[in-house]
Ligand binder design. Structure first.
Ligand code: FAD
Length: 303
């Protein structure tokens, strides 16, 4: 962005805009260079105007939830990173009689599940421990233990370029393994979920059980972005990487976890370059030894 673009953006977004923001602070890998600008969106109208301005000026933008499925490269990101705050990160509407909840896209999954637990709403307990937001989890169709968030989404509200609010209902939502089909440049702002009526105790117990299972399997003591590669049909990326002899393999501060080989962990001082090098090594070795092409699940961004 040139200075005049920055000034115009400041006029629209005001004090919610800042420049040269270190993305390592905003990704669970704890790596990554600076974003040229970060806009902390609090209300829908200003968000729409910001997006319209960015689209018209061909300025790149991307929404970041908790950055728990992201690898930002060391030289950082051009354009604007959009983060959600305030009403865009809150529970907006609860229709208890029809068992639906409308959640702001920036709401943490932990916040959503706390509400479900306290209200006896069942169906999303398998998400317990996934450190993302509602928006990030919907875009990724996040899942665990054989279930995916997409099955519970009733409608998704998004801003599509050049800045129009659109509601996609159940019949228009195309979810697949770790993906939702949406127009490039779309920004999800709210999601309505449908639940089952349960007792508070049952929901609490299911959440606790899933958290125990997760803790047993995953190296939660280190920064990471969860599973690095998608599981290929009929197999597990972690098993293939372990069979390729890469368990515990290190490059700089990054390591292929010895607890779960589809996790790369930051053992301290890792760079994005270290993580990318381990990813390259895992893909090449698995391809050579098992003939299988591993596809990244994490989103890699930046220069
Ligand atoms: C320890 C650990 C365990 C994990 N376990 C699991 C697991 O069991 N299952 C699983 O599926 N994932 C898992 N993950 C990965 C990750 O937590 C999920 O994919 C999560 O739902 C991503 O949410 P986020 O808000 O952090 O998204 P981000 O990482 O911030 O973003 C992910 C993608 O979504 C886009 N995006 C985010 N919000 C929006 C929005 N509002 N509108 C448009 N685009 C948006 C981003 O631009 C990016 O492309 C794990 C991660 C960690 C660190």
């Amino acid at each position: 962005m040139d200075q005049s673009q920055k000034n115009k953006l400041l006029k629209i977004a005001g004090e919610d805009l800042c420049f040269d923001y270190p993305m390592a602070k905003h990704t669970t890998f704890r790596v990554g260079g600076q974003a040229e600008a970060v806009y902390k969106a609090n209300d829908l109208d200003t968000l729409k105007r910001v997006i319209a301005y960015l689209v018209a000026g061909h300025i790149p933008y991307v929404v970041v939830g908790k950055g728990s499925n992201l690898l930002v490269k060391d030289a950082g990101l051009k354009g604007v990173v959009i983060l959600f705050r305030g009403a865009l990160a809150a529970l907006e509407e609860k229709r208890t009689e029809e068992l639906t909840v409308l959640a702001g896209a920036g709401l943490g999954l932990d916040g959503l599940l706390n509400y479900c637990r306290n209200s006896g709403l069942g169906g999303l307990e398998f998400l317990a421990g996934i450190p993302g937001t509602v928006g990030g989890a919907i875009v990724m169709n996040s899942g665990a233990f054989g279930s995916e968030i997409g099955t519970r989404a009733r409608d998704v509200h998004l801003i599509v370029p050049p800045g129009e609010l659109v509601v996609m209902d159940r019949s228009q939502l195309e979810f697949s393994y770790r993906a939702l089909c949406i127009e490039p440049g779309s920004v999800i702002v709210r999601v309505r979920f449908k639940f089952d009526r349960e007792t508070e105790e049952i929901v609490a117990k299911r959440i606790a059980d899933f958290l125990v299972r997760r803790k047993k399997r995953q190296p939660l003591e280190y920064p990471s972005a969860g599973s690095v590669f998608k599981n290929p049909p009929g197999d597990y990326a972690g098993r293939l990487i372990e069979n390729a002899g890469l368990k515990g393999k290190r490059v700089g501060g990054a390591m292929i976890s010895d607890k779960h080989c589809n996790f790369i962990v930051n053992t301290g001082g890792a760079t994005a370059k270290d993580i990318l090098e381990l990813m390259r090594l895992a893909r090449e070795t698995v391809k050579r030894q098992a003939g299988i092409e591993l596809e990244p699940e994490i989103r890699v961004m930046g220069k």
